[in-house]
Design a protein. Structure first.
Length: 203
């Protein structure tokens, strides 16, 4: 009975779509696009694994820290639009990854957090820094713009040379930023030639 009822529902939907296609081709095309996007999004979610409980708690702490530091826009998208996963979905498997901490799929708002997010990041501040970077991708920024934003705002976050300069994560991110955004390191009157540094270099 349930099978026949399901077949009947499908047939009725097909008939309705045909009628809609005949009378409203524009609406039909839009409807088909929406269905395709939904199906694509579901395929990304269902081919990846959700966070474990302790991983979700770590993410919540990092987002709460961003909130306390005043990153309201990024917190909004992380809390209300992002879907966090712990393993790659099929698209990430075939795509080149930008870093070892996380990957974001915009506009599907999926953030995949890799093991280094939990083990290599030294504390909640560094995990907040990573999420700040990914949140900029959720806001449609490219890699260079996301890197620039994080580096310029690291003092507000409390992630600086003085607090984290010896951690593996800080060293790696600084090297990547120097490589990708050399224009930020062209100020000889600032410490380490870093134009975002507030301390002036000693002569």
């Amino acid at each position: 009975m349930q099978i026949s009822r399901a077949i009947s529902v499908v047939q009725n939907c097909r008939s309705a779509i045909r009628r809609l296609s005949a009378s409203r081709p524009v609406l039909s095309g839009a409807f088909a696009c929406v269905l395709a996007l939904v199906a694509f999004h579901l395929s990304l979610v269902t081919t990846s694994a959700p966070l474990l409980r302790d991983e979700s708690i770590a993410v919540k702490r990092a987002i709460d820290l961003l909130d306390a530091k005043g990153f309201k826009t990024e917190v909004l998208v992380l809390r209300h639009t992002a879907i966090f996963r712990r393993t790659d979905h099929w698209l990430n498997v075939i795509a080149e990854k930008e870093n070892a901490f996380a990957a974001t799929n915009f506009p599907f708002q999926i953030i995949t957090l890799y093991p280094d997010f939990h083990t290599r990041a030294s504390d909640d501040t560094e995990r907040a820094m990573i999420l700040l970077h990914e949140a900029r991708h959720l806001l449609a920024e490219n890699e260079a713009d996301a890197q620039r934003y994080v580096w310029r705002n690291r003092r507000q976050l409390g992630w600086t040379q003085l607090t984290h300069g010896t951690t593996q994560t800080y060293i790696t991110v600084e090297q990547q930023t120097r490589e990708h955004l050399p224009d930020l390191f062209t100020c000889p009157n600032r410490n380490w030639n870093d134009c975002t540094e507030s301390l002036r270099a000693r002569r």
